[in-house]
Design a binder for this molecule. Structure first.
Ligand code: MRU
Length: 364
């Protein structure tokens, strides 16, 4: 399995995705601040992966804290959560990961017997928090595998599938969301060729999707971002599948910049457009895609390639990292709870209610 991120006795270890595919280098973090830097600098990236990284950053900060009592640790926990939440704004999984740890922390504090010493309370809380972060890691892999099982049959038995950005093992704790569906289909014997949009400017498709699919022996070709329309017109693409960074309550999908263009082209050519994402990507508190914050990144990502300037000095630059695809272009959303279909507002609300009932049953 690709070791995207991992809790170890030395800290949280990340495969440095800025160096792939030329170098496989690992970065070890020993503080929540270092985890925040790793997320901000996109050493780890992809919504589910940064969600679990946020949780692990919180767990690392809590576990390594020198606070001498719970009151002191509680103040630190809020500082950690703020620092991690400031790193990237679009993928809602990050906030989900941080809040899951913070709310467990609050519950654990309330549950501690007043008869315990402060040292014993801290020990109990720290152990439970680290266990929770590791559980979230395992749950992410399990969710990807389940999405694979739900989604595989949507793909052609034999054909070409286009994907944009990287929604693979590298964007999750393993297996992948969109690429997990492709992996599951290939495991069932489907003959699938993958087309990976290069995904300018960060090249997640050319560098990361191509690298991880080739490692698994899945037939993959890279194309420039402006090429898929022409291939669709020639009948050379049978399905499109992508991941998501945030899905609004009405089913609008924020994903890597360029996804919207692909979705509109797919509709024009009658090609199904699928989105695979774990439930932690669904943001029922954001009504539509209009309200999703879009990260604007450094203009240098556009002006330079491999350290070399490619544009004239002083030219204006646009670099939004994500776009929003309106729900009307999405054929189905594949989650670990099942397939969502239009009208998405209803479908999401119904499945959210089932999830809430199940969570209540677990805590009862
Ligand atoms: O900027 P990135 O590389 O973090 O963006 C990643 C994407 O847009 C992915 O498609 C998305 O997070 C889904 S990953 C399963």
């Amino acid at each position: 399995m690709i070791p995207t991120l991992e809790w170890t006795d030395q800290g949280v270890r990340f495969l440095d995705q800025t160096k792939l595919p030329m170098e496989e280098v690992y970065v070890n973090t020993t503080s929540y601040g270092e985890v925040a830097t790793v997320i901000r600098d996109m050493i780890v990236r992809g919504a589910p992966a940064i969600g679990v990284s946020g949780a692990m950053g919180m767990a690392l900060g809590i576990d390594r804290s020198n606070a001498i009592n719970v009151a002191e640790l509680s103040l630190e926990v809020n500082v950690m959560a703020d620092a991690l939440a400031k790193t990237r704004p679009t993928a809602v999984n990050l906030f989900w990961g941080i809040e899951r740890i913070r709310s467990l922390y609050t519950r654990l504090v309330a549950e501690q017997s007043p008869h315990l010493s402060e040292a014993d309370k801290l020990k109990t809380i720290k152990a439970a928090i680290v266990t929770e972060a590791k559980t979230m890691y395992d749950e992410d892999i399990a969710a990807c595998k389940t999405m694979g099982q739900f989604g595989a049959d949507l793909l052609p038995r034999k054909g070409t599938v286009l994907t944009h950005c990287n929604a693979g093992a590298l964007a999750t704790c393993g297996y992948g969301s969109a690429l997990g569906v492709i992996r599951a289909a290939v495991e069932r014997g489907f003959e699938i060729d993958v087309l990976a949009d290069e995904t300018r400017p960060f090249l997640q498709g050319a560098r990361l999707t191509a690298w991880e699919l080739m490692k698994d022996g899945i037939q993959t070709s890279v194309l420039c971002d402006n090429m898929s329309g022409s291939l669709m017109r020639q009948g050379r693409i049978q399905a499109v599948i992508v991941g998501a960074d945030r899905i609004a309550a009405n089913g609008d999908v924020a994903n890597k910049i360029g996804t919207y263009t692909v979705a509109v082209l797919a509709r024009e050519h009658g090609i199904p457009f699928y989105v695979a994402a774990p439930w932690s990507t669904i943001d029922i508190n954001t009504p539509t895609g209009e309200e999703i914050p879009i990260e604007q990144r450094d203009p240098r990502e556009v002006t330079h390639s491999n350290g070399k300037q490619m544009t004239p000095d002083g030219v204006g630059i646009e670099n939004p990292a994500f776009d929003v695809t309106p729900a009307k272009y999405v054929t189905s959303i594949i989650t670990e709870r099942g397939l969502l279909k239009a009208p998405y507002g209803k479908s999401i609300a119904a499945m959210d209610a089932v999830g809430a009932l199940q969570a209540d049953a677990v805590h009862a």
